[in-house]
Design a protein around this ligand. Structure first.
Ligand SMILES: [Zn+2]
Length: 93
């Protein structure tokens, strides 16, 4: 959770500072995957056992989540390609 979108004015409020995730990822030498906004509806859906990306599929949080998943899939493809080029195959997902 990186920021909260004010329901009154739409301003983004960065609880932990803006760009902290990017800086931490850079310092650790790992890819920055993205920022998911804090949304009370995520907690509500999670408590009911439903993935928030189903009930809130057009929300900013769901879009951010799908973006992160796409980056993870791309990284996995790259890793798989690297292993394959060295004669090792990874199990299918
Ligand atoms: Zn506001």
């Amino acid at each position: 959770m990186s920021y909260f979108v004010c329901p009154h004015c739409g301003e983004r409020i960065y609880f932990f500072g803006r760009g902290v995730g990017e800086r931490v990822a850079s310092a650790m030498g790992v890819p920055f995957l993205g920022s998911i906004p804090l949304d009370p509806a995520i907690a509500k859906d999670s408590d009911s056992g439903r993935p928030f990306v189903v009930d809130m599929e057009d929300s900013e949080a769901a879009n951010a989540f799908r973006g992160i998943v796409a980056k993870i899939e791309a990284i996995r493809r790259d890793i798989s390609r690297d292993f394959t080029s060295h004669g090792v195959s990874l199990p299918a997902r």
